[in-house]
Structure formats: C-alpha cells, structure tokens
Design a protein around this ligand. Structure first.
Ligand code: AMP
Ligand code: GLY
Length: 425
C-alpha cells in the first residue's frame, strides 16, 4: 500500500541529511525533497529553496508535488505549529503538534508538568519580574542555573558561580538577548553525568530509540562555550536496565500522561535530556525532535526501515513494529568552521571530499554546506559530521579522526576527545 512514496524532509542540518540518507535506502521511497536541504541532501534528494517558516508556501509546494509524508527535523517550525497547519490541510506529517511541542518551546511549561506529576528534576523557581529574581538570588546557594524561557538554540542557559554572574545573566535575559523575555527560570545546579535518551511515540504507544552522549562544549575536556554539539557517541555508557526502567516510569510515562490529560497526543521523536546521579535520572530538558549530532550518530545503527517506523507512527500502529539495531558502537565528530560558536567565515571551499574512500561503516553527513558548480562550500558553523561504527568506541573514534585528517580542510576545527569519558577512563 505504501509503495513508491514521495517524502519531504524539512530542515538543512546534519540531522536532516542523516534522515535523508536513511530513508533513501528504503524500497518504499520513490522521491525525496529537502526543504531547504544542504549539499549532502542534494546528492540523494531534490533541494527546494523555500522559507520553512512560511507555512503557506510550504503547503503549496507539498500539494503541487504530491508529497505523501512530511518529516520535520528542527524545533522551530514544530514549536510554531507547522504540524497542526499541515495536518489541518490534509497532509500526513511526522512530528508533534504545537501544544506538545511546548515541552521544548517553554521551559516553564515543562517545569510545571514536572511539579504536577512529580517528575524528578532540579528544584526551580519561575520569575516574571527582574527584582523578584534578584531578591531570590541574593540568598541562594551557588553555582546556580539561570535559563531564558523560550527557544534559544542551545544558548540561553547560564551557570552562575556567584551573585554577580547571576545578576548579569538575569539582566541579559530580561534585556532581550534571546528574544522577548517574560519569564526566567532559576534552578538548582545538578552535579552528575548527562545522557540523551530518545523515544519515538505514535500518540498511543512508544518505543525506545537508543541513547547517546553529546559533547556540547566547544573545547576538549568539555571546556569553553556551549555549542549545538561537537560530537556524540551511542549508546551511552550510563544506560542499564534498572536506569532505563526508572526513566520510563518516573519521567516518560508521566510526561505522556500529562500531554494526554491536556487532550493532546505526543507523536514524533522525544529527546529526554537527563542528568544521571548515582543511577537516578533527573530531567534537564525535553526536545521535541531528534538531537543533532545524536541523530547522525544513532541512525547508522538502525536496521529497521525508517519509513515503516514513520508510517506506523502516523497510523498509531507503532505497537506492531519491532525496531532492530546493530550491536555496534557509533561515534560522531563534528567538523566546524574556525571561530564557531562565535564569528566564522562562510563560503570556504571544501576540496577533497569526493576523494575520501568510505567503508560500509563510515558516514559523512553534511550540515552547513552548499554546492555551487560541482564544488562544495561551507555554509555554517557546524559543517560536516564524521560517523564511524565498529566494535569499540576507540576504533570508531580513530577511524573518524583519520577521515577528518585525510580531508585536511584548512578552515576546520574539531574535538579529538569525543568519547573521552568512555574511551580514556
Ligand atoms: P538546556 O538548554 O536546558 O539543555 O541546558 C543546556 C546545558 O546546560 C545542559 O545540557 C547542561 O549541560 C547544562 N545544564 C542545564 N541545566 C542544568 C542544571 N540544572 N544543572 C547542571 N547543568 C545544567
Ligand atoms: N545536541 C543537542 C541538541 O540537539 O539539542
């Protein structure tokens, strides 16, 4: 029934190239569009240069092109309600609707659910007035965490060591550094190890979609500024059956119940960002999508046809699908433009890419790239993702590093220590 489908992927990062590559091997797909895509997706799909925030234009394109299924990669269109808009206009979409997307779109929305449903998370306070936040901070223990309420692309989180740093954070947020700020969140600093835990849900049932460990800081040893992610590995070394059960029982089930109690359904990927302390999970944040670069790290491990999984989700039939994985260690290193996450230069030619000899277990996913006259140029802070699978994280890392060295892109930099907690301990 679902033979020869036309699929459209919304987004342009490494995550979307990985999704594109994974569905391109499905026998059920006849054509893929990427809106807007990158130089990597262009090799497998037709890139369409449309503004993904202009839902009307996107809808017209989907109807004109007879698209059977849309897969939404990034959070912004989800939080802005692209799924509601397209579904209400008769399009099949994989991704959560606007209200459940508030799990990522509003930190106070999530914290209020945590409170009501006793979900373990850092103690917190929500403040609408600068003066009240500052009064509270005067008698707080440090370090303390201060967060802007809305979407801030991985920024908007401050870990303040003393009152003066905290005051600066509160001022920056209320002065609109991350957009109009009506609320801020002040929360307890959690001292543990982070883990990304993924599920996929059809609104009635959910399945696990692996774990990963991201490396958010720009410098080796997890120092320096926060980024979108400098590399990842999967599975996380922290996961075990007891912890998995605690995450599901104490965090995932109550959250899905909360969404149901609002009269909504959660359909799509759900990224559960956790802090693990003595084999106990605490929720740090939700994302209503796959992680980037976690997606690039996890999808090469998937054995089941991703299109079957997406269709089962859309049809609320996930229960009848078994999701199978390779029993290998996947590691991803992100090659960035020098200067990222601050100022960097675009349009630098990437020579050599076509000369790299990839084995079956090597994958290069494009992020900020574009193609012009058969040449590849950089077009963003995170440029390429090098992923390798093998029986050990150490050899996966060696292989990914070797490919990056062979590419020898002069404007690039990367972390050589991805996976150090599990490899070098
Ligand atoms: P978030 O945007 O909420 O994921 O926060 C970004 C990063 O800040 C997280 O990945 C953590 O590394 C760190 N972080 C956030 N909240 C806390 C917390 N309560 N305690 C310690 N670190 C945190
Ligand atoms: N890698 C972190 C994120 O996707 O938000």
């Amino acid at each position: 029934m679902y033979l020869y489908m036309i699929i459209c992927i919304i987004g342009s990062g490494g995550r979307e190239h990985a999704i594109c590559k994974t569905i391109s091997i499905s026998s059920k797909v006849s054509k893929i569009y990427c809106v807007p895509g990158n130089a990597g997706t262009q090799q497998l799909a037709e890139n369409v240069d449309l503004d993904i925030n202009n839902f009307e234009k996107v809808l017209k394109f989907l109807k004109d092109s007879k698209v059977d299924l849309v897969v939404v990669g990034p959070e912004k269109p989800l939080v802005n309600g692209i799924v509601d808009y397209l579904e209400n206009n008769g399009i099949k979409v994989f991704g959560p609707r606007k209200i459940p997307s508030q799990l990522e779109g509003s930190k106070t929305f999530t914290k209020n659910i945590c409170k009501k449903y006793s979900i373990p998370t850092a103690d917190f306070g929500i403040f609408e007035k600068k003066e009240n936040a500052l009064d509270f901070l005067k008698s707080s223990k440090f370090p303390i965490v201060i967060k802007a309420d809305g979407l801030a692309a991985g920024k908007g989180v401050y870990i303040s060591k003393n009152f003066f740093e905290a005051k600066e954070a509160v001022n920056e947020i209320f002065d609109g550094k991350f957009g109009k700020a009506e609320k801020i969140l002040v929360e307890e600093f959690l001292n543990g190890e982070e883990m990304s835990f993924f599920i996929i849900s059809d609104g009635k049932n959910f399945k696990l979609f692996k774990t990963a460990q991201d490396h958010k800081r720009v410098n080796e040893g997890d120092e320096g500024k926060n980024t979108g992610g400098m590399g990842a590995y999967s599975p996380s070394g922290l996961i075990n059956k007891i912890l998995e059960k605690k995450i599901i029982d104490k965090i995932v089930y109550p959250t899905l119940k909360a969404i149901e109690d609002m009269g909504e359904k959660y359909k799509g990927f759900l990224y559960v960002g956790l802090m693990i302390l003595n084999n106990e999970p605490l929720l740090i944040e939700y994302n209503v999508r796959m992680g980037d670069p976690e997606c690039q790290t996890i999808l090469p491990l998937l054995k089941t046809d991703l299109i079957d999984i997406f269709i089962a989700c859309c049809n609320e039939n996930l229960e009848n699908i078994s999701i199978e994985w390779k029993n290998e260690k996947s590691l991803c290193i992100v090659l960035c433009s020098k200067g990222y996450p601050d100022q960097f230069t675009n349009n630098i030619k990437i020579e050599n890419l076509k000369n790299l000899k990839l084995n079956n277990n090597d994958f290069i996913f494009h992020a900020g790239t574009k193609e012009e006259e058969n040449e590849i140029f950089s077009n963003g802070g995170r440029v390429l993702n090098f992923v390798s699978l093998s029986s050990s994280f150490k050899s996966s890392r060696e292989r990914a590093l070797k490919l990056i060295e062979q590419l020898n892109w002069t404007n690039g930099f990367f972390r050589k220590d991805i996976g150090y907690k599990i490899i070098d301990k």
